[in-house]
Design a protein. Structure first.
Length: 169
């Protein structure tokens, strides 16, 4: 997959949409292909983090253990989705386990590569901080006064091979 196509899909992710086209192209050129077989664990909760993933094709589940240790699936991510993005912003360990539930092709981006682009673009950094603040408010119940989005995501899928409805987040 060429860098221009990757950059186009990055533009549809809220995380990367605040970057300029040239910044997205720079990031796209630094992404590396990865393949995960069905039932392969991409990473475990508490693993060291350092990469974010853009799914090209396939589906992964994001899960955490409940208080009894049983798996709770908190999200399904499919073609066009990004996961592991917290790794870009701090050096903490992974907050969840991610497992491929189908054969999955993804593109991985390292934290250092992302930060080198972001540090050169203060405006994008400010917009990204705003996005993070909005995400924290949403997850802690401090909602802005605007209507809730309903229905499935309108983002395009990278691969026409992905099927089924998208999970809303």
């Amino acid at each position: 997959m060429d860098a221009t196509r990757i950059a186009d899909f990055l533009a549809e992710s809220p995380l990367f949409a605040c970057l300029t086209v040239s910044d997205r192209l720079a990031i796209a050129g630094k992404m590396r292909p990865r393949h995960f077989a069905r039932d392969e664990i991409v990473f475990h909760r508490d693993d060291e983090a350092g990469q974010v993933f853009l799914i090209v094709a396939g589906t992964v589940k994001v899960s955490v253990p409940d208080e009894t240790g049983r798996e709770v699936v908190i999200a399904l991510e499919r073609g066009g989705d990004v996961f592991g993005e917290l790794a870009l912003f701090d050096e903490a360990t992974r907050s969840a386990t991610v497992t491929a539930i189908t054969d999955t092709s993804a593109l991985a981006l390292g934290r250092a590569d992302f930060m080198s682009v972001l540090e050169a673009n203060p405006d994008a950094m400010r917009r990204m901080l705003g996005l993070l603040a909005k995400t924290v408010r949403r997850s802690t119940g401090h909602f802005a006064t605007r209507p809730a989005r309903t229905g499935s995501s309108s983002r395009r899928r990278i691969s026409p091979r992905s099927s089924g409805p998208r999970e809303s987040r």
